[in-house]
Design a protein around this ligand. Structure first.
Ligand SMILES: [Zn+2]
Length: 262
């Protein structure tokens, strides 16, 4: 009998903490998770495994970052309004992160005072922070809803298409089955190719656009960062279409103009 076994990462929720979110560009609440490596048989593991590290996931943008639990005064078992969570878990947040918060204040209220290098670093940072998510997505094969539907459509096409031809032109039934099978394979293949872009448009572009919006980056600035990351072999550099990002950025800007409270 073939037994599937090995090591897998096990995530265990530790609690809630307040910290700075570099994607949201402000303090936020996070769920803190312990990451362990545990042995599994058929992907079922016992226990939390050997400690690998900790992660924190922003409750606003859902981005996950590496976490260092020792920086927190305590970990809250329950979530709470942000000021309460800061007081309880990270009371010196505004002191320790004074410089970063001052820089973000300039991003929001005086973006014209930012130097070229500061802008470059501030634009590149969200790309780098989202890069692991893109790498993870492209490291394995993923099936999304559209691929599933295209597979179903291919099967239905083969069954009903071939049956219809058998009635209308019985002499061509065999050839038509082959044609329908090829069409089905092309349909599923096309959806596989499109699924990467769908992932980028759904999971990466909205978060990236929200983070970059206050900087109003130009096409040249985005292109520079994208080229740099592509040269460093980050998949986000080659998979992200700048046109998709610019479209989302202009959508965000027009929403912000309509409702300045957002
Ligand atoms: Zn966030």
């Amino acid at each position: 009998m073939f037994i599937v076994w090995g090591k897998k990462l096990v995530y265990r929720k530790v609690g809630h903490v307040a910290d700075f979110c570099p994607i949201c560009r402000k303090p936020s609440s996070f769920e803190l998770q312990r990451v362990g490596s545990a042995g599994h048989i058929y992907y079922i593991s016992a226990g939390e495994g050997e400690l690998v590290g900790h992660e924190r996931r922003c409750s606003v943008c859902s981005t996950t970052f590496h976490a260092q639990p020792s920086v927190y005064a305590s970990v809250s078992k329950t979530t709470a309004p942000l000021p309460d969570l800061i007081a309880k878990t990270f009371p010196n947040l505004h002191v320790l992160l004074k410089e970063r918060l001052a820089l973000e204040q300039r991003v929001q209220s005086q973006p014209a005072t930012l130097s070229r290098d500061e802008r470059h670093a501030l634009i590149r940072n969200p790309f780098l922070l989202l890069s692991p998510k893109v790498e993870k997505r492209y490291a394995a094969t993923h099936l999304d809803l559209e691929i599933g539907l295209s597979f179903l459509a291919a099967v239905l096409l083969l069954i009903f298409g071939a049956s219809a031809v058998r009635v209308v032109a019985p002499d061509h039934a065999e050839q038509s089955a082959l044609v329908f099978a090829v069409l089905g394979i092309l349909l599923v293949g096309w959806q596989f190719v499109q699924s990467g872009r769908r992932f980028m448009r759904r999971e990466i572009v909205p978060v990236l656009a929200k983070s970059l919006a206050p900087l109003k980056p130009t096409r040249a600035e985005l292109q520079t960062v994208s080229n740099e990351l592509r040269q460093l072999r980050h998949k986000i550099g080659s998979k992200l279409r700048l046109a998709d990002l610019e479209e989302r950025l202009s959508m965000n800007m027009s929403t912000a103009r309509r409702d300045p409270q957002l």
